[in-house]
Ligand binder design. Structure first.
Ligand SMILES: NC(=O)c1ccc[n+]([C@@H]2O[C@H](COP(=O)([O-])OP(=O)(O)OC[C@H]3O[C@@H](n4cnc5c(N)ncnc54)[C@H](OP(=O)(O)O)[C@@H]3O)[C@@H](O)[C@H]2O)c1
Length: 306
C-alpha cells in the first residue's frame, strides 16, 4: 500500500510517499480502508522529534493519528462492525491506504458530512470534549475563556461550550474574528489588537490551546479559585498559586463512545467541523507546513481515497 512514512526525525521534507506493508489486526482490531486522515499538531511534533522522550519511534514509521474510512476486515472478537461500515477512529498510522484500529477508539462516522472531512474529528473534538465535559465541567451560565478559538480544538470547544450553556469568550486574530463569532462565542478578543488580560475577568475556566507567553497572560483573568487547563504544556504552578487559581495540563482521551456522541451532534446539526484545507495524501508535506505554521483555521485533512 502507499503511505507517508519517515525514516528519521526531521522537517516536513522527511515525509516520504512510498510503499509500505499493510498493517495486521488482532482479534479486537479493525482494518480500515482509509478515506481521510486528519493532520494534528502532534503529528509534526512527532515527526520533528519533540515527543521523543514520551514516545520513542522505531523507524520507518507511518505518521497520522486520526482516520476516517470504510471497514475492510474485522477481528474475530468484533461483532459491532462489518466490512463496508463507514467509521472514524483514533489510531496510529493514519497516513496510509489502510490503517488498523482498536475497537475502543472506533465510532460510526457521521453521515451528514463528507467522509474525508470526518477524519478531522477524533483528536480535536475529543480533546475539547474531555476538557469541557470531563476535566472541568461547569454549570450553565458560567464563563469559559477559550484561547485559540479558531484552531482545530478551539473551533469544536466554542461550539461544545455553547451546547453546555456556558458563556464563551474566545481569543483569535483579526482575520478569524467573524469565524469565531459565527461558531457561537459571546465575546471575541482579537489578541493582535487588544490585551486579553485587560479585556476579560472573573472567568471560571481558561481553556488554553496556545501555551507559552500567551498562556501566562491568562492567569489574572480567572476568578479566585478558578481553573486553567492547558493542552499544550505544563502550566506555571507558582504563578497559579500567586493568582489563587489551579492550573494543570490535560491530555485528550479519545474513546469510541465519545466519538459516537460527537458524530451524533454533527448529524443532529448541533456541531460543525471547520475544514481549512484538504490535501491529497501525496501532498502531506504541504499539509504539515500549513499546520506547523500555527495559522490553520479549523482542521487540515489528507484525502487518501474516495
Ligand atoms: N494535550 C492533548 O492531548 C492535546 C490534544 C490536541 C491538541 N493539543 C495541542 O493543542 C494545541 C492546539 O491544537 P490545535 O489542533 O487546535 O492547533 P491548530 O489547529 O494548529 O491551531 C491553530 C490556531 O491557533 C491560533 N493561535 C495561534 N496563536 C494564537 C494566540 N496567541 N492566541 C490565540 N490563538 C492563536 C491560530 O489563530 P490565529 O491565526 O488567529 O492566531 C490558529 O487558528 C497544539 O499545540 C496541539 O499539539 C494537545
Amino acid at each position: 500500500m502507499k503511505a507517508i512514512r519517515i525514516h528519521d526525525y526531521g522537517d516536513a521534507g522527511a515525509l516520504q510517499y512510498e510503499d509500505a506493508p499493510a498493517p495486521e489486526i488482532g482479534a479486537d482490531g479493525l482494518l480500515i480502508k482509509v478515506v481521510g486522515a486528519g493532520v494534528n499538531p502532534v503529528d509534526y511534533k512527532i515527526r520533528a522529534g519533540f515527543m521523543k522522550a514520551v514516545r520513542a519511534l522505531t523507524f520507518p514509521v507511518i505518521l497520522g493519528s486520526d482516520v476516517s474510512g470504510v471497514v475492510e476486515r474485522v477481528g474475530a472478537a468484533i461483532s459491532r462492525y462489518k466490512p463496508g461500515d463507514a467509521v472514524i477512529a483514533r489510531t496510529d498510522g493514519a497516513y496510509a491506504e489502510y490503517a488498523a484500529a482498536k475497537i475502543d477508539t472506533v465510532a460510526p462516522a457521521p453521515k451528514s458530512i463528507p467522509l474525508t472531512h470526518a477524519a478531522g474529528i477524533p483528536i480535536a473534538a475529543a480533546t475539547a470534549w474531555t476538557v469541557l465535559f470531563e476535566s472541568a465541567p461547569l454549570a450553565p451560565g458560567q464563563t469559559v475563556l477559550i484561547q485559540g478559538g479558531s484552531g482545530g480544538v478551539g473551533t469544536f470547544a466554542i461550539q461544545l461550550a455553547k451546547l453546555a450553556g456556558l458563556r464563551v469568550i474566545a481569543t483569535t486574530s483579526t482575520r478569524n474574528v467573524s469565524l469565531v463569532r459565527s461558531l457561537g462565542a459571546d465575546e471575541v478578543i482579537d489578541y493582535t489588537r487588544e490585551d486579553v488580560a485587560r479585556q476579560a475577568r472573573d472567568v471560571d475556566l481558561v481553556f488554553d490551546t496556545v501555551g507559552g507567553e500567551a498562556q501566562k497572560r491568562l492567569y489574572g483573568v480567572l476568578k479566585k479559585g478558578g481553573l486553567l487547563i492547558s493542552i499544550v504544556g505544563p502550566p506555571d504552578e507558582s504563578l497559579a498559586r500567586d493568582h489563587g487559581i489551579t492550573a494543570r495540563f490535560e491530555r485528550s482521551n479519545v474513546t469510541g463512545p465519545k466519538l459516537a456522541e460527537i458524530a451524533g451532534l454533527i448529524d443532529a446539526g448541533k456541531l460543525t467541523i471547520q475544514i481549512e484545507k484538504e490535501f491529497p495524501l501525496v501532498e502531506a508535506r504541504a499539509a504539515h507546513e500549513l499546520v506547523e505554521s500555527g495559522r490553520a483555521r479549523g482542521k487540515v485533512v489528507l484525502r487518501v481515497s474516495g
